[in-house]
Design a protein around this ligand. Structure first.
Ligand code: QUE
Length: 340
């Protein structure tokens, strides 16, 4: 999926009172590569101290995606080549951007009008205001490719209501825009046909307060009916306990969750659950450190990540062969060692 070399993958501009950042790799759903991450860092460094910039506006090009995640195909290639330095650069620099956004000294306005997963969540979730439309689709899908919720979401997810964050991390459940507001991943619901006018008002005034003129009350969350069951099941501390609790629910929804979980990397599920439980008691900086250490072990010392990216993204739709193959075979001590 190559984009033309002449077209920049991040278009950074000064417009009125705003600094604007357009993620511009539409054929790859604006998935983040290292060059894009470095452009983010430059914008953070330049616009943080620049008094004429009152806020930053972040958006995705192409009409389908905000940002589908990190360039995990490339990470897999580095892993196969044994290129640990390149993997380290990618994650360390990406997480530094997440930290830079979290501490950015003015509003960081994310206009989420399409797919926003993984790395895209990391570019938006750490600062307000986060705006979603009816076309937004948010998810943390990493357990499907044997990764884990990173980009600082091990700090964010345990702080969402009840066990919603654990449910999102383990199942990769997709949230529509309204759902994302109810889950605590977004702040304002704005219909997509008002987004251009909102953007113009932000550029003109440099005042995030104008969002109130465009925001609407979001429709009820699609997961509202399952909130109690989410908390009952996903609030538990081991994967076998979560699966047993889901089985005891005896509902179609719970059976569906079991089916989804059984497709994911068993190692990744157990590591992700442990990460979120540790993240509940840690600072954002500690979470990013933990994610960096876990990433090294997952990418270089475990076969599931390569297999996951191959099956889901390279040979699209292939059934992955996980090692070990079942949750019941995962050794908790081995999961603990992945954090060292
Ligand atoms: C899990 C993930 C990712 C994913 C799918 C998953 C991810 C990611 C992409 C992605 C999607 C479309 C693209 C692309 C990457 O998909 O992180 O380049 O064109 O970046 O199930 O973690």
């Amino acid at each position: 999926m190559s984009d033309t070399a002449t077209e920049p993958t991040i278009i950074a501009a000064r417009e009125g009172a705003a600094g604007t950042l357009l993620m511009n790799r539409p054929k790859a759903l604006n998935a983040l590569d290292l060059a894009m991450i470095r452009e983010f860092q430059k914008a953070i460094d330049a616009w943080g101290p620049e008094t004429a910039v009152k806020l930053v506006i972040l958006e995705g090009a192409g009409g389908r995606a905000f940002c589908a995640g990190g360039d995990v195909r490339r990470i897999r290639e580095y892993a196969i080549a044994g290129d640990e330095a390149s993997v380290e650069s990618f994650f360390a620099e990406e997480y530094a951007v997440n930290r830079g956004i979290a501490t950015f000294p003015k509003p960081w306005v994310s206009l989420i009008d399409g797919v926003c997963m993984g790395g895209g969540i990391g570019l938006s979730v750490h600062r307000t205001p986060r705006i979603v439309t009816e076309k937004a689709l948010l998810a943390m899908p990493e357990t499907a490719i044997a990764l884990f919720p990173d980009v600082g979401t091990s700090y964010i997810l345990p702080r969402l209501p009840g066990a919603v964050g654990t449910w999102l991390a383990l199942t990769g459940a997709r949230l529509k825009g309204a759902d994302a507001v109810h889950a605590g991943l977004a702040d304002h619901y704005v219909p997509s046909d008002k987004l251009a006018a909102l953007r113009a008002a932000l550029v003109e005034t440099g005042d995030a307060g104008v969002i109130a003129r465009f925001a609407e009350t979001p429709p009820e969350a699609s997961f509202a009916a399952h909130r109690a069951a989410i908390d009952r099941c996903f609030g538990l501390d081991t994967m076998p306990a979560i699966l047993a609790a889901l089985a005891a629910e005896k509902t179609d929804w719970a059976a569906e969750q079991i089916t989804v979980l059984r497709r994911m990397s068993p190692t990744s599920l157990c590591a992700s659950l442990e990460l979120i439980r540790r993240g509940a008691k840690a600072t954002l900086d500690q979470c990013l450190e933990m994610e960096l250490a876990l990433g090294r072990n997952v990418v270089h010392r475990h076969p599931d990540f390569r297999e996951g990216v191959r099956s889901v993204l390279v040979d699209k739709g292939a059934v992955p062969t996980w090692m070990p193959a079942t949750i019941e075979e995962v050794d908790p001590a081995a999961i603990g060692r992945m954090f060292d």
